[in-house]
Design a protein around this ligand. Structure first.
Ligand code: G
Ligand code: G
Ligand code: NA
Ligand code: MN
Length: 253
């Protein structure tokens, strides 16, 4: 596999880069954090999307090294941001089973000098599904140390609801597929509303992903939705643009 060989070199040569997408607080009307999204700038192929190389990296065991790099890079970037701005990092299931995730997280925070409370770990349901017995104690350790834990792509799996009882997530991120049609379609809106109320009733912060229009944002503002993410606020942007985004986006109404 040619891509696999290149991926190995990419780890050594640090061909990765993090882009950041704002998380926008609806009541404060300002950015409250950024999600780190990894990019691979291949020397000849150009940019390879994460949906292509993350699954491959998981298969061949490279996702642990890449994940460690992402954690370190994200903490080192975030330490230069204002103190009330959090950084969210995606973590793969394999990082729970094949590495010392709490150790890697602690090292990344310590090396950067970042407070644990500024870091949020995003996990998808498949992470939990694949190894619940191993993942749950690790999540508890991270949470005890003050790291926030969010359930990503909420609603896309068939067992999301049962996981809400098994672990006290700080946040759920409602998958972008649920935003489609909320403005035009009563049923779509009813489902969105019910999921938001569920998260809210369980004391979790609720984020809606994939918000692309002002109408969607206005509708969510009238609900118990805490924050939104999506192209309407901003697509993921390179780290150097974070200060610009922080200075521009309060006007984003
Ligand atoms: O940014 P983009 O929409 O292309 O991301 C596609 C997918 O890749 C998303 O589902 C996202 O969760 C995943 N992804 C992005 N960055 C990382 C990362 O650093 N680690 C892991 N495990 N997944 C990531
Ligand atoms: O799985 P995860 O939630 O981490 O995926 C994040 C991905 O969603 C990123 O690749 C990002 O590029 C993409 N994304 C972010 N905002 C929007 C949006 O408003 N619409 C769509 N269609 N995709 C988005
Ligand atoms: Na995510
Ligand atoms: Mn998501």
């Amino acid at each position: 596999h040619a891509l696999e060989a290149d991926l190995r070199k990419a780890v050594e040569r640090e061909e990765f880069e993090l882009h950041y997408q704002p998380l926008y607080d609806l009541s404060q009307q300002r950015i409250c954090g950024f999600e780190a999204l990894v990019r691979w700038n291949h020397p000849t192929r150009g940019r390879v999307p994460p949906l292509e190389f993350i699954p491959l990296a998981e298969e061949v065991g490279l996702v642990v090294d890449i994940g460690r790099w992402v954690l370190r890079r994200a903490c080192r970037d975030a330490v230069y941001w204002p103190e009330d701005i959090k950084v969210a990092v995606n973590v793969s299931a394999i990082q729970f089973t094949d590495s010392d995730l709490p150790g890697d997280v602690a090292a990344a925070l310590e090396e950067a000098g970042l407070t644990a409370g500024r870091l949020e770990i995003e996990i998808t349901e498949s992470v939990l599904m694949e190894n619940l017995d191993e993942a749950l104690p690790i999540l508890h350790v991270l949470k005890q140390r003050g790291i926030r834990i969010g359930m990503d792509d909420f609603g896309t799996g068939y067992s999301s609801l049962s996981y809400l009882r098994r672990f006290p997530f700080d946040k759920i991120k409602i998958d972008k597929s649920f935003v489609n049609g909320i403005v035009e379609d009563k049923e779509a809106f009813a489902i969105m509303r019910a999921i938001i109320l569920l998260g809210d009733a369980l004391g979790m912060r609720v984020t809606v992903e994939g918000v692309e229009t002002a109408e969607q944002m206005a509708l969510l503002r009238s609900e118990a939705c805490d924050e939104i993410q999506g192209y309407h606020i901003s697509p993921p942007r390179p780290a150097v643009e974070v200060p610009y985004l922080l200075s521009q986006l309060p006007e984003h109404e």
